[in-house]
Ligand binder design. Structure first.
Ligand SMILES: Cc1cc2nc3c(=O)[nH]c(=O)nc-3n(C[C@H](O)[C@H](O)[C@H](O)COP(=O)(O)OP(=O)(O)OC[C@H]3O[C@@H](n4cnc5c(N)ncnc54)[C@H](O)[C@@H]3O)c2cc1C
Length: 408
């Protein structure tokens, strides 16, 4: 197919962050094209093995975009988070449980399979966006008035703003000349799910082990949870080679019977544990969204929540330009976006990196400091509430589409 389309905004990448960005930009009135292969799990449960624990503000975004009713049946509420020190150190920290009710909330958020989330968002995008194309972008040329995106099928799209949501190897980022900082941990993470004989009671359990964290997150079935098992690269490679029964036996051993016996384990996928931050969230005619801008280790459920905040913040900046009939890709719009995201991204990247390294460290004073901090959290409800707020809410004001809709 050949031909050319002219549009205000082109969102590149139909992952969950790109889908949210395209819907948010369309919602504020910007004519938007979504470019990228549809989510792999067109049939739920066949693609991505990951789930995402979406915090309350991300749920509010889905409500504002009118997709929450379709997503909600796939989401399990997270009512509490229990942290267990499984390091085996002699000054082991006490178990600590954070309850959403301590913040006056019914749940911290909802755990949703990536496949289910992306399928619902993609269906909505096809319904409401003026242009949705399943092709990939092969080449981008950026000029002073706009950018031209050449698709692999020969079609071209001209846009005044590119929202680059094309993941960690972003072609949009490269075309805009934005550099990155990237680092690796000698770790990998397995994402899978399993069924268990004890009900999870909507409690997520984080086991802090020396080789990395191991987190179970409730699924909609009271006896099923998703699992993120972070460990040393060799350990995870070994676990990936085990058959289902042997993997289940290893899992029971590590969980120490916390969720009872394990019946079934779902498909497993391993992900490298790494970090990446773009040197800037913006470049000429380009704003970066989601993992194109930042990749964090999978602890603390921050990655996609951060990507959703990018999406909603860009929509705010573009809405401002739309209102006064200004160019959505103008430098001042891009600068406003970059400024609004800087502190949130930096603080999450530093926080998650510190948390991961503090688990891995053999440095005694740091381990002791962690243990003392956890004891303080266990004993002091105001401190616990403060930490929960920091984990839930960014250090800057929430974008408009993420503010709770007042009940009528
Ligand atoms: C084990 C694990 C557990 C996690 N758990 C959580 C959690 O509980 N909570 C949370 O908030 N986050 C979590 N995360 C992070 C979260 O999964 C990611 O942040 C999120 O999936 C990234 O979405 P994205 O849309 O930015 O990128 P991606 O999902 O990588 O999407 C990028 C898209 O761009 C497309 N693309 C690439 N190149 C092109 C091109 N040239 N043209 C067009 N399209 C292109 C790709 O096809 C893809 O669809 C977890 C991550 C891992 C690894």
């Amino acid at each position: 197919m050949t031909g050319s389309i002219e549009i205000d905004v082109a969102v590149v990448g139909a992952g969950p962050a790109g889908l949210a960005a395209a819907l948010a930009l369309n919602h504020v009135g910007a004519p938007t094209a979504l470019i990228g292969p549809p989510p792999s799990g067109a049939v739920i449960g066949t693609g991505d093995t990951r789930t995402a624990a979406l915090l309350a503000s991300s749920v509010d975004l889905l409500k504002a975009l009118r997709v929450w009713d379709a997503v909600a049946p796939h989401g399990a509420p997270l009512k509490a988070i229990r942290i267990v020190d499984a390091s085996g150190d002699w000054f082991r920290s006490p178990d600590i449980q954070f309850e959403a009710s301590e913040l006056g909330l019914e749940a911290f958020g909802y755990n949703i399979a990536n496949d289910a989330l992306a399928s619902v968002l993609y269906r909505r995008a096809v319904e409401v966006l003026p242009v949705v194309t399943p092709h990939t972008v092969a080449k981008i040329e950026i000029g002073t008035e706009g950018a031209s995106l050449q698709l692999n099928e020969g079609q071209a799209i001209s846009a005044r703003l590119i929202a680059g949501a094309d993941g960690r190897r972003s072609i949009c980022r490269a075309a805009a000349g934005i550099g990155i900082k990237e680092w690796r941990y000698e770790q990998k993470a397995i994402a899978t799910s399993f069924t268990h004989t004890h009900a999870h009671e909507n409690v997520s359990i984080e086991l802090h082990r020396k080789a990395g964290s191991m987190t179970t997150v409730p699924l909609t079935d009271a006896n099923a949870s998703s699992l993120i098992w972070v460990g040393a690269t060799d350990e995870i490679d070994g676990l990936m080679h085990l058959d289902e029964a042997s993997f289940a036996a290893e899992l029971v051993g590590r969980l120490g019977g916390i969720l009872g016996k394990i019946d079934k384990v779902g498909p497993r996928a391993a992900f490298p544990v790494s970090g990446l931050t773009a040197d800037s969230m913006v470049g000429p005619r380009t704003a970066l969204i989601g993992e194109a801008a930042h990749v964090l280790p999978p602890i603390g459920a921050q990655g996609l929540n951060l990507g959703f905040r990018d999406a909603a913040a860009l929509a705010d900046c573009v809405a401002g330009a739309q209102k006064s009939n200004r160019d959505p890709g103008a430098r001042d719009v891009l600068d406003a976006y970059a400024n609004s995201r800087k502190l949130d991204v930096l603080s999450r990247a530093i926080g998650v990196d510190f948390l991961n390294r503090s688990l891995l460290t053999g440095f005694l004073p740091l381990k002791l400091a962690r243990s003392i901090a956890v004891r303080g959290l266990a004993a002091l409800p105001p401190l616990r509430r403060f930490v929960m707020q920091v984990g839930m809410v960014p250090p800057t004001e929430l974008p408009s589409l993420m503010r709770p809709i007042p009940a009528r």
